[in-house]
Write a protein that binds this ligand. Structure first.
Ligand SMILES: [Zn+2]
Length: 182
């Protein structure tokens, strides 16, 4: 697991100023590790370019891929393409403790002596935010549901049954009893 996590850790110590590029794959293992159980397939490739100078790192992320989740209605797989860019600024300071509490989601402050930068959770959060909370098959152009037709059929059947149950609010057996003459 250590080896897998190390894909998400960028070494800073001894790295020269200038641009450096990295490529990170987030696949099944990544989502399992993060207990993103709602992701059932697919992968996302993260292309990262880090611009480094003495005072600051600028990290340009490009997320590209497609992930599968279960449709909340019919439980069939539903694919969500993910294509987005994001920037993370990392300020390098002599004493990190001067900046406690001043960090933001996309502006970090780290010690200029820090050995490396762990992006595992940052990448996880970015992907989690980009995924739909309640994935649902979209309605088709003709206005019908894009969900699994078998499921829709069952649903229609079920609601008809529920409807007729409502119509016969009184139990037919009682009706039969009422008609008995003593
Ligand atoms: Zn569906």
């Amino acid at each position: 697991m250590e080896e897998f996590r190390s894909d998400f850790v960028i070494r800073l110590s001894g790295i020269e100023n200038g641009s450096h590029s990295y490529s990170i794959i987030c696949d099944k293992r990544f989502f399992e590790e993060n207990s993103m159980s709602e992701v059932i397939g697919g992968s996302v490739k993260v292309e990262l370019i880090m611009h480094k100078n003495d005072k600051m790192l600028t990290l340009d992320f490009n997320f590209d891929g497609e992930l599968e989740q279960e449709c909340v209605r019919c439980l069939d797989p539903i694919s969500t393409p993910l294509h987005f860019n994001q920037e993370l600024i990392v300020k390098l300071v002599p004493d990190h403790s001067d900046y406690l509490g001043l960090e933001e989601d996309d502006i970090w402050v780290v010690s200029e002596y820090q050995y490396d930068l762990d992006l595992f959770h940052y990448i996880y959060e970015s992907i989690a935010l980009a995924l739909p909370n309640q994935p649902k098959h979209a309605t088709k152009e003709d206005g019908t549901s894009g969900c699994n037709p078998l499921f829709l059929e069952k649903l229609a059947q079920y609601s008809t049954e529920a409807q007729s149950d409502n119509d016969n609010a009184t139990d037919p057996r009682w009706d039969a009893l009422k008609n008995l003459k003593f």
